[in-house]
Write a protein that binds this ligand. Structure first.
Ligand code: BDR
Ligand code: CA
Length: 326
């Protein structure tokens, strides 16, 4: 079977790194290119971190392009307190061997989409500024991209960065509104499912005991993140798997056990709800009342056990030889 070719768009912090490691280790997956974006850290640092993770996996040839440095309509805000100032839990990782490409991440996305129409699946695990900007620049993009799977938002409107704002959406609500409503197939993997899909003590012990480069790296970068999440989990050093789960759903849609196809909009008015995902939950028969889509597939229940086992498997076993570039 032809491998799935992915374009990753990430604000490479701790869980984005785990998502990359997961994808590098799954069969039938080819990471074609990575774009960085502001969010957990600045976009230039996110690109460096992307290179670090790819090089750890032997994926030196995968290009990493620096993307948008700030959101469309608000100030830049980073999240060093969650991911460490370096985005990797303040672990002082060695510099990557190669730098980023000269191309901008938005240009890279548009170019690849035109070179191979309908072939690329996009996995977006950061603020959606690159995707939103690409949509503003190129009206053809939605029909050229096979699918977009994003980590962001929540079905029930609960947030994490703000009371109603999940971080990736809250960091750029205008871009997110464009992405949800561009007419390309979007799957939203939100807090409803990512908060319930976790690394807990047994998995963390298995990873810490494994003698693979990716397990050692994961154990190191997770320490700071586990300390942050301990405040949400009654002192237990466990963590949700936001971005890795989105990566899992992108390459293995059967991980989703139930979903809803719904209109998603993003609250953009100034005030406490800015950045909230608003889901039209009216039953189907209300469609006559003007519900027309585009619809987003929102994951409501996932096979967390199967996914966590897959992730632990990737981290604790040797990585496969990289699939040929395309
Ligand atoms: C999202 O925000 C970031 O901190 C994580 O990397 C993830 O993409 C979770 O809300
Ligand atoms: Ca992220």
């Amino acid at each position: 079977m032809e491998p799935r070719s992915l374009i990753l768009d990430m604000d490479v912090g701790v869980d984005d790194s785990l998502a990359m490691l997961y994808l590098a280790g799954r069969p039938g997956v080819r990471i074609t290119a990575v774009g960085s974006v502001h969010g957990n850290v600045e976009a230039s640092l996110a690109a460096q971190n992307g290179r670090r993770v790819l090089e750890l996996c032997g994926l030196d040839d995968v290009p990493v392009a620096v993307g948008c440095w700030r959101p469309m309509a608000q100030e830049l805000a980073t999240a060093g307190w969650v991911h460490g100032d370096d985005g990797l839990g303040n672990t002082n990782q060695p510099d990557p061997r190669r730098g980023p490409t000269r191309e901008h991440a938005v240009a890279q996305l548009i170019r690849l989409a035109h070179e191979r129409p309908g072939e690329y699946d996009v996995v977006a695990t950061g603020p959606l500024t690159n995707l939103g900007t690409a949509l503003v620049m190129d009206r053809d993009l939605p029909r050229l991209i096979r699918s977009v799977t994003l980590m962001g938002g929540s079905f029930d409107g609960v947030g994490n960065a703000a009371p109603f704002g999940e971080a990736n959406i809250w960091h750029d609500p205008e871009a997110a509104e464009l992405v949800f409503n561009a007419g390309w197939p979007v799957t939203m993997v939100g807090l409803d499912v990512t908060m319930e899909t976790r690394l807990e003590e047994p998995e963390l012990e298995a990873i810490a005991a494994a003698d693979t480069p990716q397990a050692r790296f994961a154990t190191a970068i997770l320490q700071h993140y586990l300390g942050v999440y301990a405040r949400s989990f009654g002192g237990r050093r466990i963590c949700p798997l936001h971005d890795p789960l989105a990566a899992g759903v992108a390459v293995e849609p059967s991980l989703v056990m139930s979903s809803a196809d719904v209109e998603v909009h993003v609250a953009r008015a100034e005030g406490p709800t800015r950045g909230m995902t608003m889901v039209d939950r009216r039953p189907k028969y209300m469609e006559a009342e003007g519900r027309s889509g585009p619809f987003t597939r929102v994951a409501l229940r996932v096979d967390s056990r199967r996914f966590v086992d897959q992730l632990v498997g990737v981290l604790t076993h040797p990585l496969p030889a990289p699939a040929a570039a395309a």
